[in-house]
Design a binder for this molecule. Structure first.
Ligand SMILES: [Zn+2]
Ligand SMILES: [Zn+2]
Length: 178
């Protein structure tokens, strides 16, 4: 699906050829939790041809569903990232070393960018998923979602700034009810 045919670029050294993909990616596996996409990935690719060597630059825009590490709520995480790589035509042989380390060999004329796009998305994911920078998480004692309001558990050494915030939120909620 994210495949580029380099035949055209090969015949036009010095030219830039653009590609546009809109594709719903399958869920990402093997990263702890299974991460699913909430919208198709929009991938724009620019191929700059230098004859047998190609400079491939891409931008990716999509959104994934993540679980907040503090309150365990699922939330949509919009994501934007980019990649760039150098490719060279040539068969990959076990005994011949690559011409240079930063160039990837392409066998045939088709370049499949699926793995590259997947890898770039994985690298763009946050180390710690948070539904909001100010997420207050769950009460360690009763499990109440503290974003929805304070519980009755007494927490010692709580941050006074957070307490003020919590009170403000409580007032807001009461206003909504009345
Ligand atoms: Zn949260
Ligand atoms: Zn509690």
């Amino acid at each position: 699906m994210l495949r580029i045919n380099l035949a055209e670029a090969k015949e036009k050294p010095g030219e830039v050829i653009q590609y546009h993909f809109t594709t719903l990616m399958p869920p990402l596996e093997g990263v702890g939790e299974r991460i699913s996409f909430t919208e198709p990935a929009v991938v724009d690719v620019r191929v700059t041809s230098m004859g047998t060597v190609f400079w491939v630059e891409g931008t990716i825009k999509t959104a994934v569903m993540l679980t907040c590490s503090r309150c365990l709520k699922q939330f949509v995480y919009p994501l934007q990232t980019a990649f760039s790589d150098k490719y060279r035509f040539g068969a990959v042989r076990a005994n011949t070393p690559q011409p240079d380390a930063d160039t990837t060999l392409v066998a045939g004329e088709n370049l499949d960018l699926t793995d590259k796009v997947k890898e770039s998305i994985l690298l763009a994911l946050p180390m710690k998923a948070l539904c909001d920078k100010a997420c207050k998480g769950l009460c360690p004692q009763c499990g109440q979602d503290l974003n929805k309001g304070e519980c009755t558990c007494r927490r010692e050494a709580s941050d006074p700034r957070l307490a003020v915030l919590a009170r403000l939120l409580e007032n807001d909620e009461q206003k909504e009810v009345t």
